[in-house]
Design a protein. Structure first.
Lengths: 693, 496
């Protein structure tokens, strides 16, 4: 080492760079001025307001057409606009859906539609073709019956899936808690309203809503005013329609005192809490921006906000707790909350209410205010990079009646917001004592949340925001129910008669055909039972066994695509708890843990609910109070990926060998619906359990 | 400082009828070897600050895989002047966002900030390069983060790329994935991580690209301040040792006291000897190891069965193709898209829509720095025989080799490339990334302005030619993905 240092001593050091103290953090330069170009606005003879935002940076152009109608109250057709919106791109009088898709694909363009909007974007050179397709959709969408059927059945699946999706359930409860059913925001689509939606109503919705009068066409990109005028003239001048629908909407609900709204989610291990109430404010109100900053400090900002800090960082109650002020022209609301473990449901509500009150009680810190403002200014600046932002601003100025320079001066207004402003809007809009406290969760948390209700009476809603039928005490015992059920299955036979009937039943083989979404063919589910205690089941698709299982009374296993497995001791113990053609008959002596929890409504019918507890699953079985037959089983199984919920529904009971069995068995799992019909039930056929190994 | 300035305009060529605007930029090298590219775009008051390090998983040792990606996480831990966890906080509370990504060939970091925070962005990135925290505390934290990421990435079928690459390039580090091995990360010691940092996170391996609302001259001054002050060559090691070593250990290595050096005025050490040492080390470059190109030419069909936690079977086929800079890559990528890119591609139409043999079919053309893979895949319908899917693929491949594609398909794929190309330069972050990529991997930043023309120069005959040349039915990898069987776990790998 020393050697080469010596030889190097001859070379003179050269100055590489000067002094720098790296611990000094750079200060921000003066805030940049935001130059938002004024948009050109013109109207057409047929009533379209065209807003043009020229931007020649890239050779792209987009056209975004929004309807001007006030949202309608849909009543017994709630959900109509959504269904219609997803059907607008299903083809026109001139082009099938496939042709539309292909033509758009060919240009590398995009063409999309929603219930009040059609938008197209493409390279400038494809504009003529793109607009040709867009205007065709706007004027000639023809809603083929086959597509209507497909989308309606998709919505049916979604509705059924709602019952297992806490976030959806919470959204529905929030809607009805904040708005009356005579306000569009207080409406929730249900199976009943979906049934009232047909092609005729969809066509009528489209005709009434998609009219040039009062509509807005936002044109953005590489196009001049002259070119835009010519393009609009060529493609949209022949578009005609009725007057635009304008209406005064009902006021939001007036919340007095705290009101607890509970939605039961059987077996849930966490509560979805949303503390929410309507806000009396529109985007054009002078308090709007101040309220947004307040929301950022409280729980809307990226990090370090009060709710996150308190409920996540300090208390560890949750992964995320946020707030959001939703402000628009038709109905605004505030909500704060997140997902919380059952046992901290009440503590979490206490803390959120506390934060809602605390912010009204004193000035916020300088640090939290400046951080929130910087973060909002940055995201505002970044959003400007998208040409569509500028156009959205132009549209907002017109629709929300904002000052013309609202966005030009946005950063200045933001900078001008003071701690005193925040306190003022907090005292005006924030409350911890006139709130809807919406909790979607397990019944066992009810005791923890009742105390928050001002009058001590909590409201219970179902998954769709309808009043949940009160759970009633059962008028019979669990064993009486099981007896009623087996009698009903045996068509009235009891005691010796029933035993005689059962003796005649040597075997029972059922084949069910199940439709699987997106799969090319149906699946066949076969189940067998023999009086000797053997059971087997398998699922086949296109001739291949996907899954199978068997039990010979002593041992069993499973096979198929999942690989062969032998039942564990524990599984055998569990399996032995439900044996027999009608396993329920044997629960009393088989060691099954069962309990009759009461009477609940299921699919509009009062049902006895029997809760079964097994090692790794809890099952809720619903028995029609009138017929005593089983209508559904909801299974909550523990898996490596957490709790998995599977629902079976049973209908169309028919007689086979002196017993009633369902001909329809539908399966719901992971938001998917698998409708099943019985293809055959065979009695006393020879059964080979090897088919199921 | 010798600044070599090339403006994009000088080398410009105009393309009639192309939807492309010239992207102007300035580029030069700092003395310490950092390559700088600046693009001024004033329409929005924001700026993207990015640094591309020419290090990816292919630079890793085979018993220390996953390092490049691990650093993508570790280097957010802070620096001598930035507290742990403060890096992203500083960006967020100043109105910005940040992210990073790692591939086989590169690690890319960027911030998007309001333009008045450009200096903050430069300081942050220079801190990361000069003296990031590489210590056991950060390593422990990030190990668990990376393990969680690995768990999330282990989705059904996701192993197919590694299964493919490991058979395609068995003699090259491309055989493992950037996420690497968790065992390797666990086994590695602090010294391994420090060595990696000192080898690859050096000025000569970095490309600093800034795009957005900037003043070029002012930006250059700040770059000079924060980046040109980063010591050159092995002098950087001395700087880092000055900050991290105890006096005794420092003397052991350098034969003189730490007191002769001042981190805040590093270029003016105390005394001739120290000056000479600094000069010597500055002029001794740090050697950056790079693997040689794969030598093994695939010469046969290799078929393997992989059992995975899946319900539906899947078929994957791969062919060796040249590296991303090869002229044929343009035609190859377009060929791939004609066959299986998008809903209206040939294979999607036949396999998914008409014959319903597959629920999904797709293609990727991987162009990496030292090799490429043309990859086709299909997830079969339930119960579907994979041989039938393979026959259908083969039929489609034979067709594209035997006949020119139709004019309409040709136009469609050209349109899609044009649209994708324009979109990729729609944001300043996109432009910064494209400029840096083109500089490091594609023979020059100027490719950002000429690449689309290369795609549009491709003829239908070229597509047929590359299909014949590269889709070699007698030399390819074929993977059959099947649902797990009992005992499959033990025999899952290595079947041929």
């Amino acid at each position: 080492m020393k050697n080469y240092i010596l030889t190097l001593g001859l070379i003179l050091p050269t100055v590489l760079f000067g002094q720098i103290d790296r611990s000094i953090r750079p200060e921000a330069a003066p805030a940049p001025t935001i130059n938002i170009k004024n948009s050109e606005v013109f109207t057409t003879a047929n009533g379209i307001t065209v807003i043009l935002s020229e931007n020649h940076r890239l050779p792209r152009v987009s056209f975004n057409l929004s309807m001007g109608a006030t949202p309608r109250v849909e009543g017994d057709k709630a959900g109509l606009s959504g269904v219609a919106g997803s059907l607008i791109m299903s083809g026109t009088a001139n082009h099938s859906k496939d042709e539309l898709d292909n033509a758009i694909d060919y240009m590398g363009a995009s063409l999309r539609a929603s219930s009040t909007n059609v938008s197209m974007s493409c390279l400038t050179k494809h504009m003529d073709k793109g607009l040709d397709l867009m205007s065709d959709v706007v004027m000639n969408a023809n809603f083929p019956q086959s597509e209507v059927d497909r989308i309606i059945s998709q919505n049916e699946d979604n509705l059924l899936a709602t019952k297992s999706q806490e976030a959806e359930m919470s959204g529905n409860a929030r809607a009805v808690a904040n708005f009356p059913s005579t306000h569009p925001y207080g409406e929730v689509m249900t199976q009943a309203t979906l049934e009232n939606i047909d092609r005729a109503s969809i066509v009528q919705y489209f005709k009434e809503t998609f009219t040039p009068n009062g509509s807005y066409l936002v044109v953005v990109g590489d196009i001049t005013l002259e070119q835009a005028k010519a393009a609009v003239e060529k493609n949209f001048s022949s578009w005609s329609g009725g007057e635009v629908y304008k209406a005064e909407l009902e006021s939001a609900n007036n919340i007095k005192g705290n009101r607890v709204v509970f939605v039961n989610k059987a077996g849930a291990d966490q509560s979805v809490i949303s503390i929410t109430y309507p806000l009396d404010i529109t985007p054009s109100h002078e308090d709007y921006l101040k309220l947004k900053v307040l929301d950022g400090i409280l729980g809307g900002g990226v990090f370090g906000n009060r709710l996150m800090q308190n409920l996540r960082e300090d208390k560890g109650y949750t992964y995320g707790c946020r707030s959001r002020a939703r402000v628009d022209n038709y109905g605004s609301s505030f909500s704060a909350g997140g997902n919380f473990r059952n046992d901290v449901t009440d503590s979490a509500i206490v803390e959120i209410l506390l934060e809602l009150e605390r912010i009204t009680e004193g000035l916020v810190e300088d640090e939290e205010l400046s951080m929130t403002k910087s973060s909002m200014a940055g995201s505002f600046a970044r959003s400007l990079e998208r040409p569509s932002t500028v156009a959205r601003f132009a549209l907002n100025i017109i629709r929300n009646e904002l000052p013309k320079d609202y966005y030009q001066t946005y950063l200045k207004q933001l900078e001008a917001v003071t701690k005193e402003d925040i306190l003022m809007v907090a005292q005006k809009y924030m409350t911890g004592s006139n709130c809807n406290i919406v909790v979607v969760g397990n019944e066992e948390v009810i005791d923890r949340i009742t105390k928050f209700d001002s009058d001590g009476k909590i409201e219970k809603l179902d998954a769709f925001g309808n009043e949940a039928s009160e759970k009633m005490e059962a008028d019979i015992t669990a064993d009486q129910l099981l007896e009623k059920y087996s009698t009903a299955m045996a068509m009235g036979a009891t005691g010796k008669d029933l035993k005689k009937k059962l003796k005649k039943m040597k075997s029972h083989v059922t084949v069910i055909e199940m439709k699987i979404p997106q799969a090319p063919g149906p699946a066949l589910a076969t189940t067998v039972w023999t009086s000797k205690g053997a059971e087997g089941s398998k699922m086949e698709m296109m001739g291949m066994t996907m899954q199978s299982s068997y039990f010979d009374g002593k041992q069993g296993g499973s096979g198929g695509q999942g690989g062969a497995k032998i039942m564990t001791e524990e599984e055998i113990v569990e399996k032995k708890k439900s044996y027999g053609l009608i396993p329920e008959m044997n629960y009393a002596e088989s060691g099954m843990d069962y309990e009759l929890t009461g009477i609940e409504m299921y699919d509009g019918k009062p049902c006895y609910v029997l809760k079964l507890k097994e090692a790794k699953k809890v099952t809720f079985e619903y028995f029609d109070k009138e017929t005593s037959l089983k209508t559904a089983s909801v299974i909550m199984a523990e898996t490596d990926q957490g709790t998995q919920e599977v629902t079976y529904t049973y209908a169309d009971y028919k007689e086979y060998g002196g017993f009633l069995f369902p001909d329809t068995m539908n399966l719901f799992v992971s938001g998917m619906q698998l409708p099943g019909k019985v293809k055959s039930r065979k009695i006393n056929e020879k059964v080979d359990l090897n088919d199921f190994k | 400082m010798k600044n070599l300035i090339i403006t994009g305009l000088l080398a410009s060529i105009s393309f009639a009828g192309l939807s492309q605007r010239e992207i102007e930029y300035v580029e030069y090298d700092l003395d310490n070897g950092i390559h700088v590219i600046l693009h001024e775009e004033t329409s929005t008051p924001i700026v993207a600050v990015s640094v591309l390090y020419h290090v990816g998983s292919k630079n890793e040792k085979d018993e220390r895989t996953g390092f490049a990606h691990f650093f993508e996480h570790l280097l957010f831990e802070g620096s001598e002047n930035i507290e742990r966890g403060e890096y992203s906080e500083l960006v967020e509370k100043n109105g910005g966002t940040l992210n990073a990504n790692t591939s086989w060939d590169r690690t890319f970091y960027y911030e998007i900030l309001p333009s008045n925070q450009l200096e903050l962005g430069l300081w942050l990135e220079s801190e990361r390069l000069l003296h990031a925290k590489v210590d056991n505390t950060g390593i422990e934290t990030q190990r668990s983060v990376v393990k969680e990421e690995k768990r999330q990435r282990d989705t059904p079928y996701s192993s197919f790329i590694e299964e493919m690459f490991s058979r395609m390039y068995p003699d090259h580090p491309y055989r493992w994935m950037p996420i690497g091995s968790m065992e390797h990360l666990d086994a590695a010691e602090e010294k391994d991580y420090v060595d990696f940092y000192r080898t690859f996170y050096v000025p000569a391996n970095a490309t600093l690209t800034i795009a957005g609302d900037i003043d070029i001259e002012e930006t250059k001054k700040w770059i000079n301040k924060y980046f040109n002050s980063i010591p050159k060559g092995q002098a950087l090691n001395l700087y880092r040792d000055l900050e991290t070593l105890e006096e005794e250990a420092f003397v052991e290595i350098y034969g003189m006291s730490k007191e002769r050096f001042d981190a805040n005025d590093f270029s003016n050490p105390d005394g001739k000897l120290a000056g000479a040492l600094l000069n010597k080390l500055s002029n001794s470059p740090i050697r950056i190891p790079r693997p040689t190109e794969p030598q093994v030419k695939l010469s046969e069909v290799k078929t393997a069965v992989v059992h995975d936690n899946i319900q539906l079977p899947a078929l994957f086929m791969g062919y060796q193709t040249p590296s991303q800079t090869h002229e044929d890559m343009y035609a190859l990528q377009m060929m791939n898209d004609v066959l299986a890119g998008g809903a209206s591609s040939r294979i999607n139409k036949s396999l998914v829509e008409q014959k319903q043999m597959a629920v999904q079919a797709f293609a990727f053309a991987f162009g990496l720095e030292q090799a490429g893979v043309a990859l086709f895949g299909a997830i079969g319908s339930a119960g579907q025989e994979l041989d039938a899917i393979q026959s259908e693929f083969d039929l489609q491949i034979k067709m594209i080799q035997d006949e020119l594609i139709s004019q309409e398909e040709f136009e469609k794929v050209r349109n899609q490339y044009e649209n994708d190309f324009v979109s990729s330069n729609a944001t300043i972050a996109g432009i910064a990334e494209n400029l840096a990529d083109n500089h490091v991997y594609n023979g020059g930043a100027e490719k950002i302005n000429t690449e689309l023309a290369k795609y549009l120069d491709v003829t239908r005959e070229d597509i047929q030619r590359v299909a014949k040349k590269y889709l070699t039915q007698d030399a390819r990898i074929v993977l059959h993905y099947l649902p797990m069987e009992e005992g499959a776990e033990e025999s899952e790998n290595g079947q041929n």
